[in-house]
Write a protein that binds this ligand. Structure first.
Ligand SMILES: [Zn+2]
Length: 163
């Protein structure tokens, strides 16, 4: 069956430089500037991506995410949502969202999860046999067998038969 992994949790915000409160460029990390050279940001709204602090980073030391949390995805999601809520209170942050990368793999073979489209299921070049339907996985026999048994679809002929 399909397993989903989440990774790269991040907060994406849109900053409007011409909002009421000017953003000094020293606030962007251009520090060490003389105060009379520390200008303010200008231009059209733009998007930035903020990576949350790793769960296992406690400032005084670090450990892996899985040691630091029993719910890594949930904790990253909550951390990003809290960060977003806080950032949205700033006058120059116009909007934002929490984003992550989803990866779908087969629980049997660990290959990327792919299924037949309706057209492929009707095409002898793609389908396994006449019982193939839209949504049938394509990665391995175990995934196909599982998919078919859940839906009462006749099993594949044993290997060595017609493919
Ligand atoms: Zn598989």
């Amino acid at each position: 069956m399909k397993k989903t992994y989440y990774d790269d949790w991040r907060v994406v915000i849109v900053i409007a430089p011409r909002a009421t409160t000017p953003i000094r460029i020293s606030a962007l990390g251009f520090d060490g500037l003389d105060s009379h050279l520390d200008g303010t940001l200008d231009g059209a709204p733009f998007e930035i991506t903020v990576a949350p602090r790793p769960l296992g980073d406690f400032g005084f030391g670090t450990m892996s995410d899985s040691l630091a949390s029993r719910d890594v995805d949930g904790d990253y999601r909550r951390r990003c949502e809290a960060m977003l809520a806080e950032l949205l209170r700033k006058p120059h942050v116009k909007s934002g969202r929490v984003a992550c990368t989803e990866t779908h793999v087969c629980s049997h073979c660990d290959l990327g999860w792919e299924v037949l489209t309706a057209e492929e299921a009707a095409d002898p070049a793609y389908r396994q046999d006449e019982h193939s339907v839209e949504g049938e996985p394509v990665c391995c026999e175990k995934a196909i067998a599982e998919f078919r048994s859940e839906r009462g679809i006749p099993a594949l002929a044993p290997m060595g038969g017609a493919v």
